[in-house]
Design a protein around this ligand. Structure first.
Ligand code: DUC
Ligand code: ZN
Ligand code: ZN
Length: 455
């Protein structure tokens, strides 16, 4: 035995109980009472919670975007992840025009492998769905990347696909056991609204929200769900932020369709009021943060189970880059940070009684592993699973500040957020990577997680 974590209150998506967890060669090998083993490191977790490491289903590390590259490298992003109790990140590979799917992933792995401080998996954002790429869905799944994202926006940026492409991908996904995810917003409305707002001299961050309000997102959610239903294909809507779209998800699920929805911590904590702030540009992301009624609906959706995952869409930019849009909101690189805040925030909400700890584990870890094919190795505490574990102190009070975060970005939108409880240790496959506020892991430790296609 290499490690025994004793007397922690183990929380999974379904159970809560006190026990010891024993780890050998990076795997959980025993769970029980009074486990003894000579030579093993022993951690006393009495009075603490022992949780599965979170899986961030949605990050953009070191990604060329918005005229620059997102500010967290794989090293910085996964270092911050470790310090926030995230032990696996799903990052997006962007397929270049003409590029094969496996080729795109292999290229990204070369960047990621030497830098990753925790384990990582990929979704591929398909920008060029040629017949050859459609035929490669199965090969990508066999390689370990059985999920694809399609952008219904970002026309000028060359990322957008049309409805024909979306429908073709959905149809193919069914045959190949893969899963299509969408960024849902209506591009034509956005472009017209931007043109009008700028012509009227409306250039502040608030108008980023006004250019793509609730109904702009809801229409695309409904359209994507329509196509998924038409082909009876599973669909995953990333970063859902509006009530009307969620209502459509709920309806489709009630009708028996396999529709999944993800939301993000910034949609759960902030409202569109942030865009009225002098530093509102820091919250500019797409879809934008919506009004209070959407936030309330998202929390209800989590409680009902109609939102299955909470992930970050971590895509930070430095202040000077956000400043490019001081006088024109369309020049602000889109994206917010959250990789280090996701689990502490959701767990703090659990600690305050808004949701159960089991629910926080379910949406931040277990459901992600199940939906994207890395269960049973990831996402829970069970014999045979990877020893990706978080020791959480429910009594530790924590105020988020740029100075106690571990990414490379020079500010945080979470500045001043007061959390009840905080992770005190993170283990990645049994290796301690974070302890009491400090990163203690190493770049290159993280491994590629080969995800399984759906059955
Ligand atoms: N939205 C963002 O805000 N940033 C990255 C990509 C995206 O869709
Ligand atoms: Zn997106
Ligand atoms: Zn994203």
């Amino acid at each position: 035995m290499d490690l025994i974590i004793k007397n922690g209150k183990i929380v999974t998506a379904t159970d809560t109980y006190v026990a010891d967890v024993a780890v050998r060669d990076g795997k959980i090998v025993m769970i029980g009472k009074d486990i003894q083993a000579e030579g093993a490191d022993v951690v006393d977790a009495s009075g603490k919670y022992l949780l599965p490491g979170a899986i961030d289903a949605h990050t953009h590390l070191q990604m060329p975007f918005g005229g620059t590259t997102s500010a967290d490298s794989y090293e910085a992003g996964t270092r911050a992840a470790a310090c926030g109790g995230v032990t696996t990140v799903f990052d997006f590979v962007i397929q270049r025009k003409g590029q094969g799917l496996v080729e795109a992933v292999e290229g990204r792995r070369q960047l990621c492998d030497p830098q990753a401080c925790v384990d990582y998996a990929f979704h591929t954002a398909i920008t060029d769905l040629t017949p050859a790429v459609l035929e490669e869905f199965g090969a990508s799944a066999d390689y370990g990347v059985p999920s694809f994202k399609l952008f219904m926006v970002y026309k000028k940026e060359g990322l957008m696909v049309d409805d024909g492409v979306l429908a073709a991908a959905l149809e193919k996904s069914k045959e190949t056991g893969t899963l299509v995810a969408v960024h849902a917003e209506n591009p034509d409305l956005i472009d017209r609204r931007i043109e009008k707002l700028l012509a009227e001299g409306k250039t502040s961050a608030w108008y980023h929200y006004e250019s793509r309000p609730e109904f702009v997102e809801a229409e695309a959610d409904k359209r994507a769900i329509h196509w998924a239903k038409a082909f009876n294909a599973p669909l995953y809507i990333v970063h859902l932020a509006n009530k009307e779209g969620l209502d459509e998800v709920t309806k489709a699920r009630d009708e028996g369709y396999e529709i999944y929805a993800e939301t993000c911590p910034h949609y759960l904590y902030f409202t569109n009021e942030v865009y009225k702030r002098e530093d509102g540009r820091n919250w500019v992301c797409s879809p934008p943060i919506k009004a209070q009624d959407s936030q309330d609906a998202l929390w209800e959706g989590i409680k009902r189970g109609d939102i299955q995952t909470v992930a970050t869409d971590h895509c930070p930019f430095q202040s000077y880059e956000k400043d490019w849009g001081k006088d024109n909101f369309t020049k602000i690189p889109n994206g917010c940070m959250g990789i280090e805040n996701l689990y502490p925030y959701m767990l703090s909400e659990a600690n305050k009684g808004r949701i159960s700890f089991n629910k926080a584990v379910e949406v931040c870890a277990t459901n992600v592993a199940k939906i994207f094919g890395c269960a049973p190795e990831k996402g829970t505490i069970a014999v045979g699973a990877d020893a990706d574990l978080v020791v959480y102190d429910p009594n530790k009070k924590f105020t988020v500040s740029k100075d106690n975060m571990h990414s490379d970005v020079d500010y945080t939108i979470w500045e001043g957020a007061e959390l009840e409880g905080y992770p005190v240790m993170t283990f990645s496959r049994g290796k301690l990577v974070y302890k009491d506020g400090a990163f203690v892991g190493q770049p290159g430790w993280g491994q590629f997680v080969k995800c399984h296609p759906r059955q």
